[in-house]
Design a protein around this ligand. Sequence first.
Ligand SMILES: Nc1ncnc2c1ncn2[C@@H]1O[C@H](COP(=O)(O)OP(=O)(O)OP(=O)(O)O)[C@@H](O)[C@H]1O
Ligand SMILES: [Mg+2]
Length: 390
Amino acid sequence: MAVTESDVREAAGAVQDPRLRLSLAELGLVGAVEVGGGDVRLELALPVPDHPGLDQLAAEVRRALGALEGVDSVELRTAPMDDEGRARLRDRLRAAMGASPGNDDGARQGGGGPGRPLGHEEGKANPFSRPGARTRVVGVSSGKGGVGKSSVTVNLAVSLARLGHAVGVLDADVYGFSMPRMLGLDETPVVIEDLMVPPVAHGVACISMGFFVGEDQPVIWRGPMLHKALEQFLADVYWGTLDYLLIDMPPGTGDVALSMAQYLPRSEVLVVTTPQPAAQRVAQRSAYMAKKVGLALRGVVENMAWFTGDDGTRYELFGSGGGQQLADELAVPLLGQVPLVAALREGGDVGVPVTVADPGGEVARAFEALAKRMEELGPTRVFRSELTVR
Ligand SMILES: Nc1ncnc2c1ncn2[C@@H]1O[C@H](COP(=O)(O)OP(=O)(O)OP(=O)(O)O)[C@@H](O)[C@H]1O
Ligand SMILES: [Mg+2]
């Protein structure tokens, strides 16, 4: 049976855009179609020439069309989408984020108190603070620098993605950003109209100040600008519908926790610490800060907990018991212990997280266990509009 134009449109329209996670029909990406016998020509109407994930998208369209009965050859071309199409696409993406144009419902949620989101422009509500938003937002913090927040963020993100979740990472360490390097990202976000589409590596979408300034350039700004940057990373990024958004927090207690409390009042916080009992006071301070601004402390992760020798013996190089001690003091669970492994540092340096490079190894197993604990715990507080008693 001969293939028809409408068969081709239907098959191409049903393909999911790998980055935007909507169908090509919904996105309006299927342009002109020509069918001559078994030869099919299709134009992909692209909003931007460097459409995110284009190679993968093209491969999937080819596969879908090639599978149609009666198709002998498939020729794909790209063409710029017209202004109207782009405006429609933008509205579609905003709607998928739950913030339809002119509908600033994120700013109305909460009704006062410390958790109230601030400062949204019309139509640019941050989707994570809306009632019914299903994304669990998890901040990874510590009192001190260098205890492994970023390493925990990256590897936990990869492990959650491996369990089948849609995961994003927001690098809130705007001065000392490290996420692009640790995830091995050399792509930068693609801007479609007024939305940034984050690049994806190892199944994890990522936004970082590192995409906008060079690695060796100093970033000099004050608190309010940082607050604004965080807002943009939430409201002007097309995250799609995430199950988890992990936030790599800068060291210390300060501004970011406060901004998170305002923009992401339902965030959960993990505190990373090392095993030496003497380090706990500093870690405790950051935990109390999070608590004070109303964020939910979820638990403690002890990093560099031990080193396993070739003979299988565990050496506790940095002492022991610190993670449990901190958890007890904060009255939260010790959610995981991550061993000290050279491959973890190397993975971060070369941009292939150890959970990707050695998925069956000791560290990957520790992160998988942590990811499963996070799943089990479920969100701290569930706000679902459909469950509201009127
Ligand atoms: N479990 C581990 N085993 C081996 N090396 C580790 C481990 N955890 C972290 N490291 C290494 O320690 C260094 C600091 O880790 P990381 O950058 O994750 O810490 P951080 O808390 O995010 O630091 P900062 O406060 O500077 O943001 C990195 O070089 C990292 O590769
Ligand atoms: Mg860091």
